[in-house]
Design a protein around this ligand. Structure first.
Ligand code: COA
Length: 259
């Protein structure tokens, strides 16, 4: 499938979506979100794809929602809009395979919010993350006020959202907003390396583990533990469980089929 605002490549079971509007620092307009929906749906349904990387390349991840699109909007336009942004983020968040954000340069506003629906965030040393919406007289409206505090705690999230200040890669690592910082020129290779590591695992077990974590975070602890046990039990119906344990006992590498 060809896109106007994205590049999509698939290699060795790893799909890479590259945001591609460099003239506006990959600002996210409706068209980008609609294409993200199409790409994410395609990748979710492609069994050959076992991990996904979302990046903007080595210069910029995304400088936020497209301000030109929003500048003249009224409250009703926003309230009654189809919100492809919310749909795109929901599909990416619920992708039944791991999604890695590879962040170089600015990941601001909607760009930062896009990274928050990924499972893992890797940052290049040049990364700058922030939710500057407050400086425009609005608030982060694509999940930032909800997902950021759940990830890094309310105190630090409020500091970032109330000030609109950007934080650099090392600060993002310190507060738990990114998993790892690497030299920018190695960012995409590192994302590929991690994606391939995930892709080599049993796809059903990985999907269930993701679901147990994400659904569990929406429940109280008792319900979450119960849900974990259901997922755990179901995995004993898979060939991968038999293969994984047999391989261990036979002192060889498992050959998972994702079944
Ligand atoms: N929406 C629309 N256009 C944007 C954009 C956005 N979120 N972010 C950057 N751009 C455009 C700029 O208007 C500029 O276009 P132009 O060359 O036609 O004037 C181009 O991208 C380059 O941006 P510029 O501001 O010149 O680059 P910079 O290096 O001086 O500053 C930023 C970079 C990211 C600090 C600055 O662009 C910025 O603050 N962007 C908005 C961030 C934001 O508030 N995001 C949340 C939106 S809700």
């Amino acid at each position: 499938m060809n896109f106007e605002t994205l590049l999509l490549s698939i290699e060795d079971g790893v799909a890479t979506i590259t945001l591609n509007r460099p003239e506006v620092l990959n600002a996210l307009n409706q068209h980008v979100y609609l294409e993200l929906i199409q790409a994410a749906e395609q990748l979710a349904n492609d069994d050959e794809v076992r991990a996904v990387i979302i990046t903007g390349g080595e210069k910029v991840f995304a400088a936020g929602a497209d301000i030109r699109d929003m500048a003249m909007a009224g409250a009703l336009d926003i309230a009654l809009a189809d919100r492809p942004s919310a749909k795109a983020l929901e599909i990416i968040e619920n992708m039944p395979k791991p999604v890695i954000a590879a962040i170089a340069g600015y990941a601001l506003g909607g760009g930062c919010e896009l990274s928050l629906v990924c499972d893992v965030r890797l940052a290049g040393e040049n990364a700058k993350l922030g939710l500057p919406e407050i400086t425009l007289g609005i608030l982060p409206g694509a999940g930032g006020t909800q997902r950021l505090p759940r990830l890094i705690g309310a105190g630090k999230a409020k500091e970032m959202i109330f000030s609109g200040d950007f934080i650099d890669a090392q600060e993002a690592l310190r507060v738990g907003l990114v998993n790892k910082v690497v030299p920018t020129e190695q960012l995409l290779a590192e994302a590929q390396r991690l994606a391939k590591r995930f892709a080599a695992r049993g796809a059903v077990a990985l999907r269930m583990a993701k679901s147990a974590i994400d659904e569990g975070l929406r429940m109280d602890l008792q319900a979450g533990l119960q849900y974990e046990h259901q997922c755990f039990s179901l995995l004993f119906a898979t060939q991968d469980q038999k293969e994984g344990m047999e391989a261990f006992l036979q002192k060889r590498r498992p050959n998972f089929q994702g079944k």
